[in-house]
Design a protein around this ligand. Structure first.
Ligand SMILES: C[S@@+](CC[C@H](N)C(=O)[O-])C[C@H]1O[C@@H](n2cnc3c(N)ncnc32)[C@H](O)[C@@H]1O
Length: 251
């Protein structure tokens, strides 16, 4: 039998946090496709400011009878209210699992990288047995963004740092400790990042990628100063090529 026809289906009573990649349906893994197709319930989180779930849009072609729970959450930096909001979803997920249904939570990119899945996984693990909780990796935004340019993220002894662009002092400190710096949540900070990179002599060393692999919304620029004149929204990643650290540097 063709091995591509026999991927694992969801099991009754199990919970799956599934990364659906950056937004293009053909960047889903085969495992993700089989599990999403066979799920009883799909939880699709979206922030209050988003009109629709980009993760759900990505897997729309796989929805055929599964119950879809549209979970709207507030984008807050308050840890207590974040946990509270996810506790309600975790309760619903665990109830469904206890009644023998399989539940999938879909998330953009990978579930363990700055993802809402991290909250949900911690909470469902309080109720469900460990063997009933699964994580399915997805292609992260930084990988999708880098693949739009023919520049390696890391080779030889290079170090890569992935961090949010929220605190520019920390971003500047990171420049001293890596050869590649990946900045998530960069949309509101493009001008400040451009200032910083100019000051550090790295003005020509950054790429901005917005909505990578999301069809006509995809935008790339190698000129942050020019790009800063436009509003870029939440799905914005900056890749900074700080330098190279070769094997010889360690000798
Ligand atoms: C909450 S994090 C989600 C990260 C995701 N779990 C991953 O593995 O890449 C959101 C940030 O990821 C980045 N991001 C996610 N999808 C993206 C895309 N398609 N294009 C560019 N950046 C993206 C943006 O920097 C955005 O602010």
């Amino acid at each position: 039998m063709n091995q591509y026809n026999q991927y694992e289906k969801t099991q009754p009573g199990h919970f799956y946090a599934i990364g659906v990649g950056p937004g293009s349906p053909d960047l889903l893994t085969l495992r993700a496709v089989a599990l999403i197709r066979s799920a009883d319930v799909i939880i699709a989180p979206r922030s209050r400011i988003a009109a629709k779930s980009l993760a759900l849009e990505t897997v729309q072609g796989l929805i055929d009878g599964q119950e879809v729970i549209d979970h709207v959450y507030a984008m807050t930096r308050d840890a207590d209210s974040t946990i509270q909001s996810w506790a309600q979803v975790a309760d619903r997920a665990c109830e469904r699992c206890s009644s023998g249904q399989s539940v999938v939570q879909i998330t953009l990119g990978d579930p363990l990288i700055y993802s809402t899945s991290c909250y949900l996984l911690a909470l469902v693990r309080e109720t469900l047995a460990g063997e009933c909780v699964h994580v399915v990796p997805g292609i992260s935004a930084f990988q999708a963004a880098a693949s739009l340019f023919d520049q390696p993220l890391t080779i030889q002894e290079d170090r890569m740092t992935l961090m949010p662009a929220t605190d520019l002092a920390r971003v500047e400190a990171a420049l001293d400790h890596c050869e590649t710096l990946v900045l998530y949540k960069a949309g509101k900070r493009i001008a400040e990042i451009a200032d910083l990179l100019e000051r550090r002599g790295l003005a020509g060393c950054a790429k901005l990628v917005c909505y990578a692999e999301q069809g006509g919304r995809q935008f790339t620029s190698s000129d942050l100063r020019a790009a800063a004149k436009t509003h870029h929204g939440y799905m914005a990643t900056v890749l900074v090529h700080v330098g190279r650290r070769t094997w010889a540097d360690n000798e």
